[in-house]
Design a protein around this ligand. Structure first.
Ligand code: UDP
Ligand code: LCN
Length: 806
């Protein structure tokens, strides 16, 4: 990048840079983000009559493209440049156009000065640097491969391990010895003591099973195999046992990473899983659409059901069915005594449609009944997590009759609990972020002190740093969740370097190139959400009832608006009424386009209709704003607003009814980490228009199986929907085509089957590598613990004291 700046300085663009900088200096903000920078640059180009291609063809244009932030201090400008994904360079440009590189530390000091928080006389601020702990672990080189950690790790560690054949076989033998279920030995027994015996016996066993009919059940030759040194776990039929033994044989004679992965994926080593979803209402009914309870509950419930199913299939295939091996999945959450009619006050609830998946609710210790008896916002939850983890450990041990094999945390709070549990029980820890608040709230770290009363980001970001570094592996729903796109910073990436003025500086908060990151997107519940064309699985009465609710029913208690012409094509959206979901933005976009109103109605499903029904400030503001927009643009007769909470099946059918009417789904969020409603709409067959900010960019392939919209550009969004709608009016098969491709997209890429097989395979492989490479993470974990005890706990204690006065 310094060459690019030098090229500007050495050419006639130098005067452009000078003029552009002077324009920046006149800007009333000292801190400009990418959008502001592009706007100022756009103004500069039009004022100085630059050709249209100046942005793409000039050096200055390129520099602006890569610049994420500009900070002005006195007459200097600091350019924070992201030359490529997951990297950052910082330069100071003086008024004389001298250019100096800046270190991360200098940048963080500058940011502190900007908010008047830099106090050099107080001595240096604590600097958090996780970098040294990753120095001795392998890292991915090409940013394209970020998120494919396990393949990389496998290749890297295998090549090291296979170099020394003797050591490799020793590790393999020890690993095979390790497995048991409820004290029952699996895979190999004491008859195999040495590497040579292992190699010989495997060949002998292959010979033995190859003489038997492929489909002969394992139980019929179990004892012969046992005599050769093999216990259950190799397969359920002679054919499967032979397959698994062949893979092992190849691994012994000529190991390679693919064979290793194939073998480890078959090893029966996971039977008990904990999914931690700590805050909020976690239940199966009546919980969705409340503040803090949205997609995460849907994700975790579906994941639990599908994990159980996958574990059961794996157990059958491994030949363990006859041994009374029963997998168990526990969703760990908090018990809420005042549960407002939901089952959130029940200790144990079976997950519907499963044999052994449970919601286990553990109460918070009674620190302050006003708080702990009730729902607590995720922003206030922090002081209760440590004791919740301690109490939960006891409950989990009792429920499982032993330790779990895998702990998956969800969201910042659940991930912290997962860390505490995994550390105490020495279990593999996996993290799922869902949405990291740091990138959701602009300047959340820089102004954390001003926001502390409401959001307590000092606790949340510390918890995030702890959990993401401690986790054995992280699964993200998209690539950009980790490292963003060429022009936007990823959610995890935003933890790389930041200041929390007066608290600490983070100079290397997370290693984005670490193989711990893996992209494993979620799926969608295929029993509730399926294509509208599958009429045989639809119930006609539900269809009629929901069509009436959507288009004609007059019931002011739960529906606002009467349509002048219910037959117009519906534009549909469903979300919680929070600001970022931006349903009000969609209403405004519809309100501003007379043409769109001529062709379509707008139908919104958004939990509530009345301010009095909401206990959440943001939700109340959005309700008021939506009424205001309806009046301002006189949308009466053109909009329906359903303040209903739908059951799972109804919410599936509602998308299909919209599809029956050849409608479209719009997801207008200002930012969406992933967006389950997009999968739900697409699998139902609805052409979908979704925000280009966040996960939808990866779910949808623009103009193939859906469309991107920029929800901040109302005119452009309306034009895109209108173009589609008019095209469909002229050729109705266009709607069918996009609808079909949307359905195909979900079935090919976003199913829970794909998710759970990958997740379990990751858990096994990371478990294997932790065992064989004896990766010593104790120093990292000690550093993390210090953070927990020295920063997190005292801050949490202060918050707890504040809670005493509520
Ligand atoms: N949902 C619902 N009723 C509502 C709003 C949302 O059932 O009033 C469901 C929706 O079907 C989806 C989930 O809640 O399954 C929302 O997940 P998403 O990932 O789209 O967003 P989040 O709310 O997690 O930010
Ligand atoms: C949280 C969000 O904000 C959504 O974008 C995700 O789809 C949901 O969690 C499930 O991961």
């Amino acid at each position: 990048m310094s060459e690019l700046i030098q090229a500007i300085l050495d050419s006639e663009e130098k005067s452009d840079l000078r003029s552009f900088m002077s324009q920046l200096r006149q800007h009333d903000q000292n801190y400009l983000l990418r959008n502001d920078i592009l706007n100022v640059f756009g103004e500069y180009c039009s004022k100085s009559e630059k050709p249209d291609n100046f942005y793409t063809s000039s050096h200055l244009g390129k520099l602006i493209y890569y610049t994420q932030e500009i900070i002005q201090e006195d007459s200097n400008l600091c350019f924070i440049i992201r030359p490529k994904i997951a990297s950052q360079e910082v330069y100071r440009l003086t008024a004389d156009l001298d250019i100096e590189p800046m270190t991360t530390e200098e940048l963080l000091d500058l940011r502190d000065r900007l908010v008047n928080k830099f106090q050099p006389q107080e001595g240096d601020l604590l600097e958090l640097d996780f970098g040294p702990f990753y120095d001795y672990t392998p890292t991915i080189r090409d940013p394209k491969n970020i998120g494919k950690g396990v393949q990389f790790l496998n290749r890297y560690l295998s090549s090291k391990l296979f170099q020394d054949a003797k050591q490799w076989l020793e590790s393999l033998l020890n690993f095979l010895r390790l497995h048991h279920y409820n004290g029952f030995q699996l895979l190999i027994n004491d008859r195999i003591q040495t590497q040579q015996q292992l190699s010989l016996q495997v060949k002998k066993a292959i010979g033995f099973v190859s003489d038997r009919p492929e489909d002969e059940p394992y139980e019929q030759f179990r004892f012969q195999l046992q005599m050769m040194g093999f216990e259950p776990g190799w397969g359920n039929t002679a054919g499967r046992v032979q397959d698994t033994l062949n893979i092992l044989d190849e691994l012994i004679d000529s190991p390679d990473p693919q064979t290793l992965e194939a073998f480890i994926s078959r090893v029966p080593m996971i039977f008990r899983i904990v999914l931690v979803s700590a805050h909020g209402w976690f239940g199966q009914e009546g919980v969705l659409g409340r503040p803090d309870t949205g997609g995460q509950v849907v994700y975790v419930l579906d994941q639990a059901k599908n994990l159980e199913k996958q574990l059961q299939e794996d157990i059958i295939l491994a030949g363990l069915e006859g041994l009374n091996v029963q997998p168990k999945v526990i969703i760990l959450t908090r018990l809420i005594p005042n549960s407002d009619g939901t089952l959130c006050n029940q200790r144990l609830e079976k997950v519907h449609g499963t044999e052994n998946a449970w919601i286990l609710r553990v109460p918070l210790r009674d620190f302050n009944p006003n708080m702990t008896q009730n729902w607590i916002s995720r922003f206030e939850f922090w002081p209760y997590l440590e004791t919740f983890a301690i109490d939960s450990q006891k409950e989990l041990l009792a429920e499982f009759h032993g330790t779990p094999d895998l702990i998956v945390g969800n969201y910042s709070d659940g991930n912290l609990v997962a860390f505490l549990l995994a550390r105490r029980m020495k279990v593999t820890q996996c993290n799922v972020a869902h949405a990291l608040e740091k990138s959701k709230y602009l300047f959340s770290n820089l102004y954390w002190q001003d926001l502390e009363d409401k959001y307590h980001f000092s606790l949340q970001f510390t918890a995030d740093l702890i959990a993401m570094n401690a986790a054995n592996f992280v699964i993200s729903s998209t690539y950009q969740e980790i490292v963003g796109t060429p022009d936007s910073v990823g959610q995890y990436e935003s933890y790389k370097c930041f200041t929390m003025p007066d608290l600490y500086h983070v100079v290397n908060g997370v290693e984005l190139f670490s193989p711990k990151f893996n992209v494993v997107p979620p799926g969608v519940n295929e029993n509730a959400y399926f294509p509208y064309t599958r009429t045989e699985d639809r119930v006609q009465e539900d269809r009629d009832r929901l069509a009436e609710i959507l288009f004609t029913l007059e019931d002011p208690s739960q529906i606002f608006g009467k349509l002048d012409d219910p037959n117009k094509r519906p534009i549909f959206s469903m979300a919680r009424l929070d600001r970022i979901k931006n349903l009000t933005g969609l209403a405004e976009c519809f309100g501003q386009s007379q043409e769109l109103q001529e062709h379509c109605n707008l139908i919104l499903v958004a939990g509530k209709l009345r301010v009095e029904e909401s206990g959440d400030n943001e939700e109340r503001d959005e309700i008021i704003r939506l009424y205001h927009i309806i009046d301002e643009y006189n949308l009466h007769g053109k909009i329906r607003w359903l303040g209903v909470r739908l059951s799972k099946n109804d919410s599936g059918e509602i998308y299909r009814v919209i599809a029956d009417h050849k409608g479209v789904f719009v997801q207008p969020a200002l930012f969406e980490a992933f967006g389950l409603t997009i999968l739900e709409a697409m699998i139902s067959g609805l052409p979908t228009f979704a925000t280009q900010f966040g996960g939808p960019l990866e779910i949808i392939q623009n103009k193939v199986n859906g469309f991107y919209i920029n929800p901040t550009n109302l005119e452009e969004t309306a034009a895109k929907i209108l173009e589609f709608v008019t095209k469909c009016e002229h050729s109705p098969q266009y709607w069918e085509e996009v609808s079909r491709k949307a359905i195909d997209r979900v079935y090919s890429t976003y199913t829970w089957k794909i998710h759970t097989s990958k997740l379990l395979s990751l858990a096994r492989i990371y478990g294997f590598w932790n065992f064989t490479s004896k990766e010593n993470r104790e120093d990292l974990l000690r550093y993390i613990e210090s953070l927990f005890y020295l920063i997190y706990k005292p801050t949490a204690k202060k918050l707890l004291e504040q809670h005493q006065y509520r």
